[in-house]
Design a protein around this ligand. Structure first.
Ligand SMILES: [Zn+2]
Length: 337
């Protein structure tokens, strides 16, 4: 049962969302979108809704191919140009808006996206957690989700279990999976949930629409580690990717979007130029092309693209904005007390 507070929050967010969907098209008629870069992150991709219903992947707003095509066509129709991190290094003209597609973790099912990228001739970045790739090891959140869903555990309970594990290092999480579900749990159940393998990464690295970047070796949430350990996570992964692709990564997407000052310093020391977070807002020009830059990303959702896209083009995501406004209101009330 949801408590009253959650219900009020859900209602508030939904109201705010609807209001935005009504107003956004009007505001967009008058707003210039040049001088902004919108970056989006995806995880898994499904062939169909039927495949999604198999519950093999933790539902992180995973899209179908059809929804991915709608997403691309929407932004192309609004004059957005899709780019890669290396384009940022050369500097961008400011006479049109830009977008970037990123996929996190390195799911083999992302092959479905690559077919579409080839067709539309637009690029995307794939942030790879290299240990999963090297060992053909399922992602731990998917393991928990598929076993728990099979046991009939509620989505809310599964999410609590996954969220609490994010406070620990990878070896603790691995141990937990091993003890709870057994050694075989790490073996992928199908192509839907398995990671890319080394040969696939090697082959894809010659595709001009594909760029591979760093997502740590163990999908480590870096705020749980010290400086030397962080550097190790980044350098091991960089070496593996360099050996396969011949290109040294210039960008990292922090697992779970988490970072602190130590993480940033270690990232700079390892030679990265761009760090991708999960802060849901647009990146406004000027975007420096000659120094370390932190970039914000929107999580893609399966909401109708006209609605979802409109909010992103205006620089916000409804739920995140509602949450921020609520926090502001709370702090103002506190100050006036
Ligand atoms: Zn990830």
């Amino acid at each position: 049962m949801k408590n009253v507070k959650t219900m009020v929050n859900d209602f508030g967010a939904a109201f705010f969302e609807k209001l935005g969907y009504l107003l956004n098209p009007v505001v967009l008629k008058f707003k210039s979108e040049n001088k902004q870069l919108l970056i989006f992150y995806f995880h898994g991709l499904f062939e169909s809704l039927k495949q999604k219903d198999l519950n093999l992947l933790y539902p992180q707003h995973n899209m179908t191919v059809e929804q991915f095509v709608e997403f691309i066509e929407y932004f192309l129709s609004h004059n957005y140009r899709f780019i890669l991190p290396k384009d940022l290094m050369q500097g961008l003209e400011n006479d049109q808006p830009y977008a970037m597609i990123t996929f996190d973790d390195g799911y083999f099912n992302n092959m479905l996206a690559i077919e579409i990228l080839n067709k539309y001739q637009i690029p995307a970045v794939f942030f790879i957690s290299t240990k999963n790739m090297v060992e053909n090891k399922s992602y731990w959140w998917d393991i928990i989700y598929k076993f728990r869903a099979k046991q009939g555990i509620s989505r809310e309970k599964i999410e609590q279990e996954i969220t609490s594990l994010k406070n620990f290092r990878y070896n603790y999480v691995d141990d937990y999976i091993l003890k709870t579900f057994g050694r075989d749990a790490f073996t992928p159940w199908s192509d839907i949930s398995r990671p890319f393998n080394s040969d696939e990464i090697k082959q894809l690295s010659s595709n001009p629409y594909v760029s591979f970047e760093n997502h740590t070796h163990n999908h480590s949430i870096l705020i749980n580690y010290n400086r030397e350990e962080i550097k190790e996570e980044l350098s091991v992964s960089n070496k593996i990717l360099f050996d396969l692709t011949g290109t040294l990564p210039i960008a990292i997407a922090f697992p779970n979007g988490n970072f602190n000052q130590t993480v940033l310093e270690a990232t700079i020391e390892e030679g990265f130029r761009y760090a991708f977070t999960t802060e849901p807002c647009q990146n406004l020009f000027p975007i420096e092309n000659n120094k370390f830059t932190i970039l914000s990303r929107y999580m893609t959702t399966t909401t109708d693209i006209d609605k979802f896209g409109g909010a992103c083009r205006l620089g916000y995501q409804p739920h995140a904005l509602y949450h921020d406004l609520k926090m502001h209101a709370k702090s103002i009330i506190k100050l006036n007390k």
